[in-house]
Write a protein that binds this ligand. Sequence first.
Ligand code: ADP
Ligand code: MG
Length: 284
Amino acid sequence: QLQQETEQNCRRELQQMHGQLAGLRARMASLRQGCGDLRGLVSTFTQSCQCSLSEARGQVSWALGALSAGRGGTQLPEEQRGPPTGCPGRLLELKGNIRVLCRLRPGTPSSLVSSEPGPSGTVTTCYRGRQRRFRLDWVFSPEASQEEVFRELEPAVLSCLRGYSVCIFTYGQTGTGKTYSMEGPPEDPGIAPRALQSLFQEMGTGGQHRVTLSMVEIYNEAVRDLLAPGPPERLAVRQGPAGQGGIQVAGLTYWDVPNLETLHQVRLPSGNAPPPPPTSQQPS
Ligand code: ADP
Ligand code: MG
């Protein structure tokens, strides 16, 4: 009898435990689900924070630019205040130091929902079910010509003749049109050839300027000298000595380019085969 009672008790307890275990399993599943939801929320929140932050940064930079333009560019000496054409320096100040322009490639990528081209244009995308709207300093429609794109950048290019440091770079995944925009096909050149043409035209024939050209590729965080004789070497980026410009690439090859014709004569390298260069090596 004692044995039977013990067996019954054990069975009852076992059943109770089974019940509790099933409850715990259900609870765990719902907790897992909650955790996933929370992760999603945190990621959306982070992204929207970053968006707002970069928008705020843009506005602050624009406001600072407008403010300094209002003060009238006091850092430059009087004779340098007059810009070569138009008003590039002032324009830059007004438009902010860092501008982000977006060019939509022809064709309809699946992630593009809509776009409003023009100044302060927007691009709305939908990726993995999440819709996001980006506002940029300028949005170019897929029909925008190379000339239209360059027209917007030309003041920045020419501002280097007034002592500004300028950098224009394209960013995007493979196939988004970086090479097309920067280099372009020979019959419809992109930013780089147009920039050189515009610079040389602006400088005229006067011997006041010295133009040197260097070409680097940054790929997988490695900097390679594309004008170096022999296979491109991996070079180091260093902080330059005070008063000699900020960042320097040690050992980089520089070509002297006295005029546009010289540049057209030398075939720029594609891949690893450098042309015979009118080379000059700068000490840095
Ligand atoms: P990336 O350098 O970013 O990898 P590419 O510049 O090589 O991309 O562009 C990929 C392809 O799309 C090329 O065939 C290029 O000619 C074409 N393409 C890119 N942008 C344009 C454009 N705005 N108009 C016409 N064709 C373009
Ligand atoms: Mg490319």
